[in-house]
Design a protein around this ligand. Sequence first.
Ligand code: SF4
Ligand code: SF4
Ligand code: SF4
Length: 175
Amino acid sequence: MSSAPKLASRRAFFSGLRGLPADTGETHTPNIIRPPWSWGFEDHCTACGDCIPACPENIIKAGPDGHPEIDFTKGECTFCEACADACNEPVFDRSAPAPWHLDVSVSSKCFAENGVYCRSCGDVCPESAIRIIPQLGGRARVLIDDDICTGCGACFAACPVDAISIAPTTERTHG
Ligand code: SF4
Ligand code: SF4
Ligand code: SF4
């Protein structure tokens, strides 16, 4: 998949993280996004499912192994912390410097990059992290500012051609 360029290499918001939600003991599937602040899946998540109905945005679902996964097709994370409040295990660490560590990218399917007028992702981004810059020939470049993006996922479902991908980064800063 080709990606639109990023305005900045990494966002300070995502720096200094102590682990990755997707890097769990029960699965190594790279694109699974765990609930925000959930750093202890491999050791502590019992797959009880209590966090799933707690999410007012209905974006947490049970994965094949019963462990919670984020589904941005249903909506965006508002960082309300209800999932963390519902969990009785030491899975969530809200003292972490960031709720998660995600990369948001735009593929070559993007309407704007192919000369079709579209501002859907930019219109819904609550952080104004997406810039759509006109180019010659009616095309546009879609730029995501990593320094502003929170990984909320609002842009994911807004894209009419599924050009936006959100996945955990492959970085890991502690064991
Ligand atoms: S922080 Fe709130 S909106 Fe985000 S996944 Fe948890 S419960 Fe849902
Ligand atoms: S409430 Fe906690 S232990 Fe239960 S499934 Fe969610 S993260 Fe796992
Ligand atoms: S994930 Fe959220 S903050 Fe980041 S670009 Fe998409 S809508 Fe904006």
